[in-house]
Design a protein around this ligand. Structure first.
Ligand SMILES: Nc1ncnc2c1ncn2[C@@H]1O[C@H](COP(=O)(O)OP(=O)(O)O)[C@@H](O)[C@H]1O
Ligand SMILES: [Mg+2]
Length: 274
């Protein structure tokens, strides 16, 4: 690989880190079922820099979740390759965090013990895991609710617990599949603000799938717009917003309006051609 000396604008990209956190190289995914063959992804290539925040948007069924599963090693590409920091993904990866639309918490465990589940599964040293859990509970504003059970928590709080659980082992890469899709609009905005802050504090590389164009533009360095199935990358938009993103102030910026209008146009055209 040639030594890339361009200055990375993405926040948190360490100097001289030539290897992308995530490298997706000419990937196709074909599913064969008894009834039909489905090409979910076709010719998808994408490099995500260390510490970068990339959002994926696209019509339903275009392969967004499939793409995240490839990165997590839960699915193998039919052709092409996926690499994490240069290393080919050959099976389920333990060094990533994954957050889904449903928090999927264990009902019989408190918030804290749901978060610590990650440590038990990974056999992390107890003291270290507890300290990290406390830190994340503070970061996500869950103090006072550590001992509450999932049914005692709002949807937003449940997702905070899921986020803490996903970040407990300090994964270099965090995958989020429509994590706020089930939340009301106001809670979702709050979660966007918190996620932005947590991302900046942790320096984790994030790949976020979302149906909300505003969420994608507010949070991401770059937004990947996908075409209808078979999913291809239609365009990658550099949102060009400053790293410091006050919510209201960001929404009012011309760059924000420009990026969202452009993405909406791309998705509208894509839908029309479906
Ligand atoms: N395990 C599977 N077997 C067969 N088809 C699948 C499987 N997983 C996904 N697909 C198909 O692949 C396409 C992309 O799915 P998915 O990645 O879930 O889309 P998205 O997340 O963008 O809505 C869809 O047409 C879906 O039906
Ligand atoms: Mg999906």
């Amino acid at each position: 690989m040639p030594n890339d000396t361009t200055v990375h604008q993405s926040l948190g990209t360490p100097r001289g880190a030539a290897l992308p956190a995530v490298g997706i190289d000419a990937v196709d995914v074909r599913f064969r079922t008894r009834k039909r063959d489905v090409t979910a992804l076709s010719g998808v290539s994408l490099d995500v820099a260390m510490g970068e925040f990339v959002a994926l948007v696209g019509p339903s069924g275009c392969g967004k979740s499939t793409l995240l599963k490839l990165v997590a090693g839960l699915l193998a590409p039919s052709t092409g390759e996926v690499r994490l920091q240069g290393e080919a993904v050959r099976g389920p990866r333990h060094d990533i965090g994954y957050v889904f639309q449903r928090a999927a918490l264990l009902e019989w465990r408190s918030a804290r013990r749901n978060i610590l589940l990650q440590a038990e599964m990974r056999k992390m040293p107890t003291a270290q895991a507890r300290a990290r859990a406390d830190q994340l509970i503070g970061m996500t504003g869950l103090q006072g609710f550590e001992d509450a059970y999932p049914h005692e928590l709002s949807g937003g709080m449940q997702q905070r617990v899921a986020l803490c659980r996903a970040l407990l082992h300090e994964p270099p890469v965090l995958l989020m599949d429509e994590p706020f899709g089930a939340l009301d609009a106001l809670t979702r905005e709050q979660m966007n603000v918190e996620l932005h802050r947590i991302w900046r504090d942790t320096g984790t590389t994030v790949l976020l799938v979302t149906h909300s164009i505003a969420e994608a533009v507010y949070l991401a360095d770059r937004v990947v717009v996908m075409s209808p199935r078979p999913g291809t990358i239609r365009e990658i938009i550099d949102v060009g917003l400053p790293a410091e993103r006050d919510y209201a102030e960001t929404m009012a910026r011309p760059e924000f309006a420009e990026a969202t209008a452009h993405i909406r146009g791309l998705l509208g055209t894509a839908a029309a051609g479906d």
